[in-house]
Design a protein. Structure first.
Lengths: 282, 282
């Protein structure tokens, strides 16, 4: 089986940085109190398991922390409210929020200060969106994820549109188009989708046209991996989204001559390589 | 024949103001040098003829003016370059530029200062567009009037979209939608279509669904009248765009029970009423 791996595989820069900060913290605080992470460090079960074995504790409620505990904020970021609470509690914050996400936090704050009604395109339960939302200083915002929801927007204010960094450009543009039908005086569209995510999505579209089967590797709860899988599936129905090599099924490859591999931003390059080797041997 | 006249007929506020300034100037300078207008005061042949008879001289080149001549700038406005030249020549400027158009001048200047690539939606030969264009401080702009032209836009800069005040909302939105497909980092859409124009267009759409024939009154070179006629014709093919009562043809009304009348912003209410009376008697 011929296997082509997308050029943009392995961790994205934001994830690499978060992993580095966590690794450094484990070394630095190895003799002291344990290292906590706010939620799972990345959307990858195997990586999380490894860190658990190294003593890293993933928590969801900051109430579990006590003064001087070490806490790594993952690349998704958190709201300013959480940061303030952590600060008051005297937690040692190791902030690995992706710089692109931090930029969106700043934008959300400034746009709401300037009187815009903010449209935030993304999944309202995703930690990144929760963090961005926390930066909006008033109630003039709406989190939407579809054209159908965009149809219900009805604001007399000037509107600004921003999105989750891992949103697909297609959805971002489709929703923005619906919003501008409702323009009163001003619509400001700020493309906050991340370039690395966009590049992965573009490469997925190109690769899925070239091969007989596509394997998308990444967490089932990873927004960027799910978007990659959607894009691939829309072009090539023979697309399989897996988290690890155990899920591969020889039957999928029957009669296929070539396979493509794409991965989410939280998938280590070593996983990609090992899955490539397995498929090549089929 | 039952005749319904659109509620928003007669001069718009901007035209009323320009006519008032011209009338005042004729009175004020009746004993001195003549009153000039920069181009025809409004797009209405009968009105222009009346003013000609009162001694008003419409010019297209400022070279024809001499120191202390009185010049009325019509509602369409002129570029800052022309205003400066007039000032240097020592012309008595009576500026009747529509306040909405002046606002767009200011916007164009500020947006180009802020580094936007400016998309100006309108007819590049229309005096309003020529005036707006003159406020852009660099070469980073493009005047377009169709989705086809929008497809060719390819700027790496942040983009701002503004339009001729008499543009249809439909065209403005269609072109804006095409532009946002090309978003790099930012697209700012500023609705500079004038509310009075929009209201006339909306009423035209409503009225043309209710009647058997539509008469649109206004200059053949009037942008806002042409847009009204387009909207009406797209709903009711039996739409006739006329400049004056002489053009009415009894044959148009054969077998029709009701007629609608809409007019451009440069059509005096007395013309609308007299045409209404003629059609009623058919």
């Amino acid at each position: 089986m011929k296997v082509i791996v997308s050029k943009n595989s392995g961790y994205c820069a934001g994830v690499k940085r978060a992993i580095q900060i966590l690794d450094d913290s484990i070394l630095k605080y190895s003799s002291g109190s344990p290292v906590f992470t706010m939620g799972d460090i990345i959307h990858n079960p195997k990586v999380i398991e490894n860190y658990k074995n190294k003593g890293v504790i993933a928590i969801n409620e900051i109430e579990k922390l006590k003064r001087n505990d070490n806490l790594v904020i993952r690349s998704h970021g958190v709201s300013p409210e959480i940061l303030e609470k952590l600060d008051i509690k005297g937690i040692n914050i190791l902030n690995a929020t992706c710089p692109f996400v931090l930029k969106v936090h700043k934008m959300a704050k400034e746009l709401s200060k300037k009187g815009y009604f903010l449209i935030l395109i993304g999944n309202e339960n995703h930690p990144e969106i929760v963090g961005i939302k926390g930066n909006i200083i008033n109630e003039n915002f709406k989190i939407i994820n579809s054209v159908k929801e965009a149809e219900k927007i009805n604001s007399q204010k000037k509107i600004a549109i921003i999105s989750q960094t891992t949103q697909t450009m297609e959805n971002f543009i489709l929703i923005s188009k619906k919003i501008i039908e409702k323009i009163k005086n001003e619509v400001l569209i700020l493309n906050t989708t991340c370039r690395a995510t966009e590049l992965r999505q573009k490469e997925t579209a190109v690769l899925s046209k070239k091969v007989d089967i596509m394997i998308v590797i990444g967490g089932k709860n990873s927004a960027n991996t799910n978007h990659i899988a959607e894009i691939s599936r829309s072009i090539l129905p023979d697309t399989y989204h897996i988290e690890n090599a155990d899920e591969l099924d020889r039957k999928w490859f029957k009669g296929k001559k070539s396979a493509g591999i794409c991965s989410g931003a939280s998938t280590p390059m070593e996983d990609v390589i090992s899955i490539k080797n397995i498929i090549e041997s089929i």
